[in-house]
Design a binder for this molecule. Structure first.
Ligand SMILES: C[S@@+](CC[C@H](N)C(=O)[O-])C[C@H]1O[C@@H](n2cnc3c(N)ncnc32)[C@H](O)[C@@H]1O
Length: 384
């Protein structure tokens, strides 16, 4: 089965691997579209009534609802299927990546370089990244399994196509980045940055739209994880986009004061910590020139904006069972206050409708209507 890949770095799947990956995708889609919804019924018709009978009041926090639901066999089955789908996803992708790892490493070392790659072997992973395998990916983002390793990046890039059901902008995964560009164009129509920094760039899926849609800017992208950065560099080169990648910690950036015009992060803050989040915001402020803009795009929904406590519990599954321990906390963090605390003015938060590419992509992952709201949360501010 031939695959029409969106870029040359993406791991290729042979017939059996593709069949396995498509099975996992279908299974995850079935769980999220058909089984998740049953949790609401179990809560309304069984769990809540039992709680009210016992306590004389309805549950009034998401934690009470979660503890209640954790006793319900339906919810236990749902959670097990969610976790199983996640583990199967990594298993099928890892097997395929390992088969072709040598070739991927060779492809990630381009002969003609547009951009650059600056690794720092002395950089220590922050504890919030080292302590868990983020979203269950074995070895997480940063583990090197061999010299010049790109394994974590290849696994993440291929796995993400399955995870998002193609709804994050097809296998190119550019939906988040394009959404942020759209937001910036609408909110700051005069913004014309000369230097951009993407903090926590991972494999660069969101960095590339920034580089494409702000073509006059020099684009920097940092992450703490070397295997992601090596892969991201090869990926950007394969796609003909110039990006300067560097291994740095967003809490302690290696950029001069007031040297950048736009600093962004996309779905990064929810993987940090209570202590790291304000440090990252302060660093963004330090490196921005006066008039510069910061924008953090985050996981789709704030708890305060969710229609009910059960919906909060379903999202909070990530915190407790998908190795994203800061997810719940970030959904209740006052980002506006955090930005203001860091010194930013004209602080704003809101939702931006996801800018999707509706094309069917080339590898059989179809863009489908997603049960999650098609919008992202964005918090932004300017340096006066
Ligand atoms: C979910 S991924 C981000 C994906 C990427 N921004 C995108 O939109 O495709 C989170 C990334 O943030 C990185 N990260 C987390 N904390 C960081 C920090 N303090 N400094 C730099 N990178 C960090 C992780 O290594 C990981 O690659």
């Amino acid at each position: 089965m031939a695959e029409n890949l969106p870029h040359q770095m993406l791991p290729r799947a042979n017939h059996d691997e593709l069949a396995g990956q498509q099975f996992v995708q279908a299974m995850k889609m079935h769980v999220s579209s058909k089984i998740t919804v049953g949790n609401h019924k179990v809560y309304e018709h069984t769990a809540r009534q039992a709680f009210e009978k016992k306590h004389g009041r309805p549950p009034n926090t998401r934690h009470e609802v979660r503890r209640l639901m954790e006793q319900q066999p339906y919810h236990q089955m749902w959670g097990s299927l969610m976790r199983l789908g996640q583990e199967l996803m990594w298993d099928t992708v890892i097997e395929s990546v390992d088969r072709q790892l040598e070739d991927l490493i060779a492809r990630a070392t381009p002969k003609h370089r547009l951009g650059s790659l600056d690794l720092d072997p002395t950089l220590h992973q922050p504890r919030y990244l080292a302590a868990v395998d983020q979203h269950g990916q074995p070895g997480s983002y940063y583990t090197d399994t061999c010299r010049d390793d790109v394994r974590a990046g290849a696994v993440l890039d291929r796995g993400a196509s399955i995870y998002h059901f193609g709804a994050a902008g097809g296998a190119g995964m550019e939906g988040r980045g394009r959404t942020l560009v759209q937001f910036l164009w609408e909110k700051y129509p005069d913004l014309s940055p000369s230097a951009i920094l993407d903090i926590g760039c991972s494999v660069g899926a969101s960095t590339l739209p920034l580089a494409r849609y702000f073509p006059d800017a020099e684009v920097h992208a940092i992450d703490t994880a070397a295997p992601l950065l090596r892969y991201a560099h090869g990926r950007a080169e394969a796609l003909g986009v110039r990006v300067r990648y560097a291994q740095q910690n967003g809490e302690n950036l290696n950029f001069e004061d007031e040297s950048l015009d736009l600093v962004v992060s996309l779905v990064v803050l929810h993987e940090t910590s209570t202590k790291a989040l304000p440090k990252i915001m302060s660093e963004c402020y330090r490196v921005l020139r006066p008039g510069g803009v910061v924008a953090h795009l985050e996981v789709p929904v704030r708890y305060a904006d969710m229609p009910n406590l059960m919906e909060q519990v379903l999202r909070d599954w990530q915190t407790y069972y998908n190795d994203e321990p800061f997810w719940g906390r970030v959904c209740e963090t006052d980002m506006v206050a955090a930005l203001a605390q860091a010194g930013f003015a004209k602080v704003y938060e809101g939702y931006q409708k996801q800018t999707l590419d509706p094309r069917r992509d080339g590898e059989g992952f179809t863009t489908v209507p997603d049960s999650r709201p098609g919008r992202w949360y964005v918090a932004t501010g300017t340096k006066a």
